[in-house]
Design a binder for this molecule. Structure first.
Ligand code: ADP
Ligand code: TRP
Length: 321
């Protein structure tokens, strides 16, 4: 069984990325042949600074390895090191109805907001389909917001198989119910594009300030709060603290007597502690960049060895060979 997922190097990774995609992906690496990549081609649809792309790509590699991606168990690589994927994207685009892409949120949301949209952004789900199909992937662990893209991939693969004969594996998205949508500092979905993120690795003072700045309502500390489970700090605490600690905070908030300041202080401490081992590992990796580049190069070689025969199969079946 092949498991595959990708993440864009479009900015510092945050708790939404970690709990929605990275942790499930890391847990799955023991259960099959896992392929994880840094989607640098995809980042080109929204990031136009070459140095930032280089820097972010390395940062994602460091973050993912520090959080537990094990290159002995997973194939970890950079998307653009397997350029075959862009040829497959072209082939797939010829079977992709415009109407299918017009429905995709990635494009629809931006154009509805009047933001500039380029062809790459419109065609983004086709490249994503190529990413998934070129590795004969069975399972694609992603956050809720990517489910639609995996469904588009399935539609395209089914269409290709019908048109040109059995060629592609039909993949399944895998979405974790409890962390499908991690809330951000403002209660909306945590996202780089909304500026409401808590980074996995960041500067302590800044992160503390972000946590202490979470807006709460104006009820006094003494007031009982029957809706304690809806509290944003409690929801975030549940991601980073042990169950008994969460229950204790939630019970005290519900009963009254726990101030929001103390709750947020507790949240920050547990959040900081949750990533302390990963932080040490990341510092070690940052001091050994040759190793990191070596991991990506070895991953690219393995990924390419899988991609080339699949592309050949597709080329043959559609009459390019
Ligand atoms: P962003 O919205 O910050 O730009 P990406 O679109 O790059 O994040 O997402 C990378 C991965 O992380 C995807 O699998 C996505 O579903 C997941 N993800 C991003 N934000 C969240 C979130 N708030 N909750 C759960 N998963 C998320
Ligand atoms: N579009 C994904 C995101 O923004 C990243 C991605 C690119 C991806 N190709 C993929 C995820 C293939 C899973 C499978 O998060």
């Amino acid at each position: 069984m092949r498991i595959l997922s990708g993440i864009q190097p479009s900015g510092a990774l945050h708790l939404g990325n970690y709990f929605g995609m990275m942790r499930p992906a890391i847990e799955l690496q023991a259960r099959g042949e896992a392929f994880y990549f840094i989607a640098d081609y995809h980042s080109m649809t929204s990031l136009f600074d070459a140095d930032a792309r280089r820097r972010n790509t390395l940062d994602v590699a460091l973050d993912f390895l520090a959080c537990g991606l094990d290159p002995q168990k997973s194939v970890f690589f950079r998307q653009s090191d397997v350029p075959e994927v862009t040829e497959l994207a072209w082939i797939l685009s010829t079977l992709t109805p415009m109407s299918l892409l017009e429905k995709c949120h990635s494009f629809k949301d931006k154009s509805a907001k009047g933001l500039p949209v380029n062809h790459g952004l419109f065609a983004y789900p086709v490249l994503m389909a190529a990413d998934i199909l070129i590795y004969d992937s069975h399972i694609v662990p992603v956050g809720q917001d990517q489910k639609q893209h995996v469904e588009v991939t399935r539609d395209i693969a089914i269409k290709f198989n019908e048109q040109y004969g059995p060629t592609f594996v039909i993949p399944e998205p895998q979405i974790r119910g409890e962390t499908a949508k991690v809330p951000g500092l403002d209660g909306e979905k945590m996202s780089k594009s909304y500026g409401n993120t808590l980074e996995i690795f960041g500067e302590e003072k800044l992160l503390r300030k972000k946590v202490m700045g979470i807006r709460m309502d104006s009820r006094t500390p003494e007031e009982p709060k029957p809706d304690a489970d809806q509290n944003l700090a409690i929801q975030l605490l549940k991601l980073v603290a042990p169950a008994d600690v969460c229950l204790d905070f939630e019970t005290r908030l519900r009963a009254g007597g726990l101030g929001y300041g103390d709750l947020k202080k507790g949240l920050f401490e547990h959040y900081w502690e949750h990533f302390s081992d990963a932080r040490k590992k990341r510092a070690e990796l940052a001091g050994n960049l040759d190793y990191v580049h070596g991991v990506l190069a070895a991953g690219a070689a393995k990924a390419r060895a899988v991609a080339q025969p699949v592309l050949k199969r597709a080329r043959k079946n559609c009459g390019l060979e």
